[in-house]
Write a protein that binds this ligand. Structure first.
Ligand code: CTP
Length: 478
């Protein structure tokens, strides 16, 4: 963490002086504030620079844009008292200090102007409620009324006011508390956390889009499990994603228990996150949801013990509803997560019996997503028994190696059988009909079983063979 002295150096950049001088000319107090100040101390990249003024945020923004001159563009929302100046890569956000809760995405018109202290006290967390003066008289002075700097240093998320008030101002802050704890690896202060538990039901008034934004940030954190465990402990998870909550716990019958699937999932998710440093959010959703159907497919029988038959297929079918509820995208990203969930057991099954044709089939079905699938599968190998994990991983590496060799030889990633549907129709002089699909499937299946899936002669032989079995005779010799 940087010291105040060190961050004051960063405030020497021209833009802060322009804002400060403009405010001085107008007789306004002006501060850089909120998340931007927090991120300066933490040396995190922050997109927007937030300014609060004891005066009109809009008037100040207009004057700043004028002072910058060419290239600066000012837009504002009169009703909400907020304004934005865009200049080169900078996005400068201006707001007048207010008495009521501050939120960038608020749809509520401003109620009453306030002092700087009023404004800071209605922000979400002490670490987000610090301001640094930009007026010449006290340039670079930190205003920290609620011990934000101490909390930053100690790694604590705490509300500046009574947490019940802060959370009732905007219940999304309960998610934000957990999101910051996850992103920054901070603790949530006990009374703040208790208030989240107490107020959990209030998240029902939030739009799902706002929740999804926070979930996405949790997902792209280095250890997303921190967030999901907190969401569960706080009692939020069961409200917005009961299917995941249902995975927690161990059932024991005749002294035999199964894994706690929630904690297993958390382990898998963190392992995937560690392997996926650029954050493919959807691979991480795949990790989170790969076993989602385990609770409902769970059976016990004396011989087999606990089984979760077909949980991969059932899980993939559950996803559209889950995505719709969470307002996650229903496009190819959903399809991708479905594919991961559906195929997540296949590579492990190969560990037990690895044949070339099974590997070919898997590469064909996973297509370009095969590498992501393998990241998920490797992460899925968890056990309390280190020897078992070692053995599984060793076998897994063997499968990977074999996969590499076969893929190199046959180039199967975007593989299509050599004779396509159009050609099949031409060969038999038929139009689109079921037979075309049947012939193509037969060709594909047999080729994947063979040593030479790209062999056109063999493909033709298979097409003619299947055609004949369906009573078709070729009209055209290709
Ligand atoms: N804020 C708040 N309550 C909210 C949202 C925001 O009090 N529900 C305040 C906080 O002071 C926050 C600032 O508004 O620091 C800016 O909000 P925003 O840009 O949404 O968040 P950041 O804290 O900047 O963090 P991030 O960019 O990671 O979302």
């Amino acid at each position: 963490m940087l010291t105040l002295k060190e961050i004051q150096k960063q405030l020497e950049s021209r833009i802060f002086h322009i804002v400060g001088e403009t405010a001085d000319d107008m007789g306004y107090e002006c501060y850089v504030v909120g998340g931007y100040v927090r991120d300066l101390f933490l040396e995190r990249h922050s997109k927007d620079k937030d300014f609060v003024t004891v005066g009109s945020g809009i008037e100040l923004a207009k004057a700043v844009a004028k002072r910058i001159g060419k290239g600066a563009h000012c837009s504002y929302f009169q009703n909400f008292g907020t304004a934005q100046v865009k200049y080169r890569a900078d996005e400068l956000e201006f707001v007048g200090a207010r008495k009521e809760s501050y939120r960038r995405d608020s749809r509520n018109p401003i109620v009453e102007n306030g002092t700087l202290d009023d404004d800071l006290s209605r922000r979400d967390f002490t670490i987000n409620a610090m301001a640094i003066s930009l007026n010449a008289a006290n340039y670079g002075e930190l205003v920290d009324r609620f011990g934000g700097l101490d909390d930053l240093a100690a790694g604590v998320i705490r509300t500046p006011l009574d947490p019940d008030i802060t959370f009732s101002d905007d219940p999304l802050r309960m998610f934000r508390a957990i999101r910051f704890a996850t992103q920054l690896n901070f603790e949530i202060a006990p009374n703040t956390f208790e208030a989240i538990r107490r107020n959990a039901e209030r998240i029902k008034i939030l739009t799902r889009e706002r929740i999804a934004t926070e979930l996405s940030k949790i997902m792209c954190s280095p250890m997303p499990s921190i967030g999901w465990k907190l969401l569960r402990d706080a009692g939020l998870l069961k409200i917005f994603l009961p299917e995941l909550e249902a995975m927690a716990g161990v059932e024991v019958v005749n002294g035999r228990g199964h894994k706690d699937n929630f904690y297993h999932t958390m382990e898998v998710l963190d392992k995937v996150a560690a392997a996926d440093t650029n954050c493919n959010e959807w691979l991480r959703w795949g990790a989170l949801l790969h076993d989602i159907a385990k609770p409902q497919t769970k059976r016990y029988d004396e011989k087999a013990g606990w089984t979760f038959h077909n949980h991969n297929f059932v899980g993939a079918k559950m996803l559209p509803r889950i995505f719709r509820n969470l307002k996650l995208p229903l496009d190819e990203r959903l399809k991708y997560v479905q594919k991961l969930v559906e195929l997540h057991m296949r590579p492990i099954a190969l560990v037990e019996e690895v044949t070339d044709s099974a590997i070919r089939r898997l590469i064909f079905e996973a297509g370009d997503d095969i590498d992501d699938l393998m990241i998920l599968c490797r992460a899925d190998i968890t056990s309390k028994n280190p020897e078992k994990v070692r053995r599984h991983l060793e076998n897994f590496e063997m499968v990977l190696e074999k996969m590499r060799i076969i893929n190199e030889k046959d180039n199967l990633r975007n593989w299509q059988p050599p004779i396509d549907g159009n050609e099949i129709m031409a060969i038999f002089g038929i139009g689109q009909c079921r037979a075309v699909g049947e012939i193509k499937n037969y060709e594909k299946d047999q080729l994947l079983e063979s040593e030479t899936p790209n062999d056109r002669e063999l493909a033709l032989k298979l097409v003619l063979e299947k055609g004949a079995s369906l009573g078709l005779t070729p009209t055209l010799r290709p």
